[in-house]
Design a protein around this ligand. Structure first.
Ligand code: FCA
Length: 335
């Protein structure tokens, strides 16, 4: 037994020294590949899963390595940055869980010598104004919101709903610039199309999640029992889905509700349902640009010193139950 153990020990030593000499003779390894992080605030949201999917495509295309981290609060974000630095990353893309963390994130990235690229939600400075000197890629929020408003007005017309029987619910999240611009854009377009401002009601939320929207809209509905038909907008698909669920709870179905979301990625299951619901359309954003292009820009910045533009804005296209399958397939989101 002892002899067998000793033999194994000697064999292990020999293997070890062989490995060492092989290492000594091997050519110096080429520089380690560039490593990037991609931190998102809500990894459970299909939108962010798609951003990661497209970031993975960029990783394959350019040969950097990618570390994906979900971080739902400030503590987790700072820990994620430290973790990336400890792993030898050179930069990261981030959609922050709270835009007011901006200055702290900038400071931590600088201290750790990491390049920083923000996506979706733009950082705010201590004065509450956007940090315009931090690189950012986001949607053209006002325009996309306006396109929702125009599409809702068209739905109203198509359905022959009069202004007197109809109300608008805007599920708002006004602390977040991109969210406020979206709902403001939708409201402005509806008013511009002749819808009475006095029949547009805001359901404020502090979180971008279905339950938060459901609660806010349920509370609002108790105050407006006289409205027969509802048009619904919000910052994204989940805001509108929460509203549609709250309306269903009060007996409003697809004949009396028209809700239009934004993202186009978090409503696929809804649009696939055999029977229509009050959620009738969405503006599909470009998850590819938000995931792939941000990584590409950050990679080239690190590798070749090509600084990306400080601000890049993306657009969207309207998808409905009639065309969503084809459009999602064309954009590489579904097979
Ligand atoms: C924000 C929203 C996401 C998505 C993104 C572009 O981060 O929370 O759902 O709309 O902007």
């Amino acid at each position: 037994m002892i002899r067998a153990l000793m033999l194994a020990f000697v064999a292990a030593l020999a293997a070890c020294s062989k490995e060492n000499s092989a290492q000594q003779n091997a050519p110096a390894p080429s520089a380690a590949p560039i490593k990037l992080g991609f931190i998102v605030k809500q990894p459970e949201e299909p939108w962010f899963q798609l951003e990661w999917q497209f970031a993975d495509e960029a990783q394959k295309q350019f040969g950097f390595s990618l570390v994906k981290i979900g971080a739902s609060d400030g503590e987790r974000v700072l820990a994620a940055i430290d973790n990336l630095a400890a792993q030898g990353a050179q930069g990261f893309v981030i959609c922050t869980p709270d835009v007011r963390l901006g200055p702290a994130i900038v400071a931590r990235a600088k201290a750790k010598n990491l390049k920083l690229f923000t996506v979706d939600d733009r950082f705010l400075g201590v004065d509450g104004k956007p940090l315009e000197d931090v690189h950012y890629l986001g949607i053209s929020a006002s325009k996309i919101g306006a396109s929702v408003g125009v599409a809702l007005a068209a739905e109203q017309l198509k359905r022959g709903w009069t202004n007197d029987e109809t109300g608008v619910i805007a599920v708002t999240f006004e602390e977040l610039e991109t969210a406020k611009e979206r709902t403001d854009g939708a409201i402005e377009a509806l008013v511009g199309s002749g819808f009475p401002a006095a029949r547009i009601f805001k359901a404020p939320t502090q979180k971008s999640e279905i339950p938060a929207a459901l609660d806010a809209v349920s509370a609002l509905l108790t105050q407006h029992g006289d409205v027969k038909r509802w048009l619904v907008c919000g910052m994204n698909d989940n805001a509108v889905l929460g509203a549609v669920r709250a309306l269903e709870g009060r007996g409003f179905g697809p004949d009396s509700v028209a809700g239009i979301g934004i993202n186009g990625t978090d409503c696929i299951v809804e649009l696939e349902k055999a029977n229509p619901t009050g959620f009738c359309a969405s503006v599909l954003l470009s998850a590819r640009q938000h995931g792939y292009q941000t990584c590409e820009m950050l990679y080239r910045w690190i590798k070749d010193g090509v600084e990306p533009p400080l601000e890049t804005r993306t657009t969207g296209v309207l998808i409905t139950r009639a065309n969503f399958k084809r459009v999602l397939k064309d954009q590489g989101i579904t097979r």
